[in-house]
Structure formats: structure tokens, C-alpha cells
Write a protein that binds this ligand. Structure first.
Ligand code: NDP
Ligand code: 8X3
Length: 258
């Protein structure tokens, strides 16, 4: 499907996968609608996407944990375009790596609000703008954490498992509309993810990727672009993408130095 000229809304576009997706969809000639809380970062991403060849780039503050913010964002979108062709629900991440016994309410709440309720809120607000029978796509970012739980990540794994359920429910609800719904579920990828999880501890975040070759934002962006540009009758329901070095959550090959 020709993706040039399509309107693409990316949540969490200020860094990582979202920023890389802005550049990739921009290079493909799309109109971009970018949202996140850090507006100065969005401004940098927008300039990069414009330089890459985007048809137009628009950005606005968005906090997916607030219904008022989501509704204000979508009201602003409606002043620019009557339709959104591709919605990428990417905003989210992990907060902490504590076992249930010592985990903090604030971390749980942040993960539920952004990864789970945020995805629902944004989708509800954008659904009226998605055209029927025109190859529109809702692409949700899940994780291999939604397939396999691990220690210290009960809440994060829980919200990513919930993302899979939301994707599947939407697939049922939208059956017959021609709107595609898919989940892209990555493994280890080097972005700001671990820095946020470990509350700015760069040394601890760096250790997550030490000695191994993780995925990059560009790997995810290319896959999203491929999913959104399949012919309209093709829906990639669920795609798992992991580094070659990662056979499973706990099985990551690490090269020793020297
Ligand atoms: P980053 O931390 O680099 O990016 C996260 C993005 O989400 C930022 O743009 C951030 O923007 C945005 N965000 C977070 N909370 C909110 C909020 N309440 N409202 C709006 N935007 C928000 O990490 P990644 O790019 O790696 O993460 C993107 C997605 O991919 C997440 O859902 C994550 O769970 C998932 N994922 C990541 C993997 C990895 O290993 N990196 C693997 C599998 C899945 P801002 O702070 O400016 O609001
Ligand atoms: C991010 C991948 O394995 O760090 O969702 O949970 S993992």
C-alpha cells in the first residue's frame, strides 16, 4: 500500500521507537502528528522528520495518562486533518525493577496509566478519525514481556499482557471495518527505556546492554513502516522481534571483553 501522503499519529514520539518511527514515516513522505510530554524533544524530532522528507510535521504536548490531555490533543488534530490513517500507540515504558514485595505504588500506577489506560484512551479518541476500508492501521507496541513474565517486572509484564488483550479485543470490535489492528512486540532494544526504568542511573541502564547487540529504534521503525504499508487486506496481528542474541527474556548472549 502506498504510505506517502498518509496521516500518521505517533504517541511517545520524543525518544526511542517513537522518534525513530517519526523519521522513518517522514522519509516515506507521510504527514506526521507527534505527541509526548517533553515538547522541546518533540521539536527536535519534528525537525529531523521534516529533513527526512515528511509531507508535513505537527507536534503537540500529550500526556496519555490524562483523558483531558488526550482529548485536547485530538481536538487539535481535528484542526489539521479530518482523518488519521495510522495510529501508533507507543507511549509507555517500565518504572522500577522491584519484586512485588517491595514495589512502589507510584511505579505501578505510572505503568498502568501510560502503557495500558493510555493506549485505551488514545484509541477511543482517535477511532472516529480512522477511515474504513482504506487500509487504516492501529499499531500497538507490546513487548516480549507480555508473553513471558520475569522477576521484578510483575506490573510491567502485566500491562504488556494487557496490551495484547486490548489488541485482540479491538481486532474483534473492528472486524468488518477494514481497520487493521496489530501488536509489535519487541525484545531488548537500546533506547531511553532502561534509563527511565532505573530513574536516571546511566551505569545500571548501560549494564542491560553490555556485551550484547540489542535492537535499535530504527529496527522497530522499519518494522512498523512495513506493517502499515501491507496491502489493505493483510493484517499483521502479532509480530515478535528480538535481537539475534536474545533467545528468550533470560537467555541473552553476552560477549566478554578482550
Ligand atoms: P523511551 O523511553 O525511549 O521512549 C518512551 C516514550 O514514551 C517517550 O517518548 C516518552 O515521552 C513517552 N511516554 C512515556 N510516558 C508517557 C505519557 N504518560 N504520555 C505521553 N508519552 C509518554 O523507550 P522506548 O522507545 O524503548 O519505548 C517505547 C515503547 O516500547 C514503550 O511502550 C515500551 O514499553 C516499549 N518497549 C520497549 C522495549 C525496549 O527494550 N526498549 C522493548 C519492548 C517494548 P515523554 O517522556 O516525553 O512523555
Ligand atoms: C522491554 C523488554 O525484556 O526489558 O519491554 O521487558 S524487557
Amino acid at each position: 500500500m502506498l504510505i506517502a501522503g498518509k496521516w500518521v499519529f505517533i504517541t511517545g514520539a520524543s525518544s526511542g521507537f517513537g522518534a525513530a518511527a517519526a523519521r522513518a514515516f517522514g522519509a516515506a513522505g507521510c504527514h506526521l502528528l507527534l505527541g509526548a510530554r517533553r515538547v522541546p524533544k518533540l521539536e527536535e524530532v519534528a525537525a529531523m522528520a521534516k529533513a527526512a522528507g515528511a509531507a508535513s510535521v505537527h507536534f503537540h504536548a500529550l500526556d496519555v495518562s490524562s483523558t483531558a490531555s488526550v482529548e485536547a490533543f485530538v481536538a487539535w488534530v481535528k484542526t489539521l486533518t479530518p482523518r488519521v490513517d495510522v495510529l501508533i500507540n507507543n507511549a509507555g515504558g517500565a518504572h522500577g525493577l522491584d519484586p512485588v514485595a517491595t514495589a512502589k505504588d507510584a511505579d505501578w500506577e505510572a505503568m498502568v496509566q501510560s502503557n495500558f489506560l493510555g493506549l485505551l484512551r488514545v484509541t477511543r479518541a482517535v477511532l472516529p478519525l480512522l477511515p474504513h476500508d482504506a487500509g487504516a492501521s492501529i499499531l500497538n507496541i507490546g513487548s516480549i514481556a507480555g508473553h513471558q513474565a520475569y522477576d521484578g517486572a510483575a506490573a510491567y509484564c502485566g500491562v504488556k499482557a494487557a496490551e495484547r488483550s486490548v489488541t485482540q479485543a479491538l481486532r474483534f470490535e473492528l472486524n468488518g471495518t477494514g481497520i487493521r489492528v496489530g501488536s509489535l512486540d519487541p525484545g531488548l532494544a537500546e533506547t531511553e527505556f532502561s534509563l527511565i526504568r532505573f530513574k536516571g542511573d546511566a551505569a545500571r541502564a548501560g549494564k542491560v546492554y553490555e556485551g550484547t547487540v540489542p535492537l535499535t529504534g530504527e529496527d522497530i521503525a522499519e518494522t512498523l513502516l512495513w506493517m502499515a504499508s501491507r496491502p489493505p487486506h493483510v493484517c499483521l496481528d502479532e509480530v515478535i522481534i528480538k535481537p539475534t542474541d536474545q533467545a528468550a527474556i533470560h537467555k541473552v548472549y553476552r560477549r566478554t571483553k578482550g
